[in-house]
Ligand binder design. Structure first.
Ligand code: ADP
Ligand code: MG
Length: 166
């Protein structure tokens, strides 16, 4: 699966990169963010969520305590975005309160920090993003699956004839 990688040198650059990712995202999509505390997952989410046009950058805060924040715009096209942080996930009560299955019930962009705390079952396209400290304000960001995500839309616009049955 194709992956792309960039280095950012400030949180502003990371937000900018998030906006660039948003421009290539379409619902339904699961965006899984991986990286240590302070790596920039929430900062990148600010860029993605504001880039999707469902909130202003300063309105996007970490869902650390509530576990999930939801955003939407009326469109057109209407779009729902959920920003989940599983860092403090403890036990089944928390899981029920997030109701992930409900979030995945209708097409949305679902962004999850610390998704490795759960086994997720979904047939939605997945974009994986890994963030890594590189010293000071430098971060390495690697994105996998973004090209595959837009491929189906292109494919349906230019249908490829299926193989003839023999
Ligand atoms: P996480 O959600 O991964 O725990 P946050 O995005 O909440 O991380 O925090 C990242 C912190 O690092 C913020 O205080 C941010 O200002 C700072 N920072 C410094 N340089 C960068 C960068 N290049 N990209 C993202 N955040 C950065
Ligand atoms: Mg965070």
């Amino acid at each position: 699966m194709a992956s792309e990688e960039i280095l950012t040198k400030s949180s502003e650059e990371t937000i900018q990169f998030g906006r660039a990712i948003a421009a290539r995202l379409a619902a339904p999509a699961l965006v899984l963010l991986k990286g240590d505390l302070g790596a920039g997952k929430t900062t990148l989410s600010k860029g993605i969520i504001s880039g999707l046009g469902v909130a202003r950058e300063e309105e996007v805060t970490s869902p650390t305590f509530t576990l999930v924040h939801s955003y939407k715009n009326q469109g057109p096209p209407a779009l729902k975005v959920f920003h989940v942080d599983l860092y403090r996930l403890e036990g089944t009560h928390d899981l029920e309160s997030i109701a992930l299955e409900d979030l995945l019930a209708e097409p949305a962009v679902v962004i999850i920090e610390w998704s490795e705390r759960l086994t997720l079952r979904s047939d939605w396209p997945i974009v994986r993003i890994e963030l890594e400290h590189q010293g000071g304000d430098c971060r390495r960001i690697r994105v996998t699956g973004l090209n595959e995500l837009i491929a189906p839309a292109r494919a349906s616009a230019f249908p490829i004839p299926s193989k003839k049955a023999t």
